[in-house]
Write a protein that binds this ligand. Structure first.
Ligand SMILES: [Zn+2]
Length: 287
């Protein structure tokens, strides 16, 4: 069913690619479980799109510099170690820039993000992955205080995380290190004080590590709201990214940049349907 849907949609990919030739596409990846499939995707992207970096996007907004035709930016969220171990070698081989949104509180630790702690315990207690995801979903609706209280029932999960050295290596090889908060809370469920605290802590880490990307930000889970936007402005964010599975409009707002959700291990038909804009278009029609 799923495959049929994507092959039907991917037959529209030429149409959508042309229709949106002057609009920025930003891809949002998380992990790189399979470097062979990921490389196929990159080869396809290189043949169809002009892959830009964060600096090009900044000067587009700052100095009105036009973007190339078919512009595309590659991003990763959460800083999974496979981005370094399997993603970077392939990106480097093809000489491609990208951007990594990191959870600053996880750097140099062996802890996993709170979402995985819930999944781990629920599945250990017999729930399926989908059932565990439902629990995660319900936690995303809680106020941040309540969520943190209930998280005490979920023990830490051990998982290797990127170190400061790893981030330097990524940064020296074309990956821009950017901000995804300190602990990945749902910002629309936080108080103004909690939001400021998240950003202040992240800022300290960026300063300590001497990375300039604090002001390039992606909302955890894509949860944007007015209160958070106001605070992000106070912290002088230059580029802010969503997680809305959309292609950008012609006149983009640098503080509301859309991203298309992709995975690095999906079939080419699904990948083409998503990147071209065919899938995002029908996805939002259905809602
Ligand atoms: Zn995230």
């Amino acid at each position: 069913m799923r495959n049929k849907l994507y092959s039907a949609l991917s037959s529209f990919h030429f149409f959508f690619k042309k229709k949106y030739a002057y609009r920025l596409r930003v891809l949002a990846y998380h992990t790189v479980p399979d470097e062979i499939v990921f490389e196929k995707q990159l080869i396809y992207l290189k043949s169809q799109y002009n892959i830009i970096n964060i600096e090009t996007l900044k000067s587009h907004f700052r100095d009105n510099q036009p973007l190339p035709k078919n512009p595309l930016l590659i991003t990763f969220d959460d800083g999974d170690v496979t981005v370094l171990s399997k993603g970077l070698p392939v990106l480097k081989k093809h000489n491609l820039s990208s951007c990594l949104f990191i959870i600053t509180g996880l750097i140099n630790t062996s802890k996993d993000v709170w979402i995985k702690r819930i999944e781990a315990k629920e599945m250990k207690e017999g729930k399926t992955y989908l059932q565990a995801r439902e629990v995660v979903k319900s936690f995303k609706q809680l106020s941040n205080v309540e969520r943190l209280g209930r998280m005490e029932e979920y023990p830490e999960v051990s998982k290797p995380q990127l170190t400061a050295e790893d981030l330097k290596e990524l940064s020296q090889n074309g990956m821009f290190i950017a901000n995804h908060t300190h602990t990945h809370p749902m910002l629309d469920k936080c108080s103004p004080e909690e939001i400021s605290e998240e950003l202040t802590e992240a800022k300290k880490v960026f300063e300590n590590l001497q990375f300039s990307g604090f002001d390039v930000f992606a909302y955890p889970n894509g949860n944007a709201d007015e209160q958070t936007t106001k605070i992000l402005k106070k912290f002088r964010m230059e580029l802010v990214f969503l997680f809305d599975h959309k292609i950008n409009k012609k006149n983009m707002d640098p503080l509301n940049i859309s991203r298309i959700r992709v995975d690095s291990d999906i079939e080419m038909t699904e990948f083409k349907a998503k990147v071209s804009g065919a899938h995002p278009f029908f996805f939002h029609l259905r809602k």
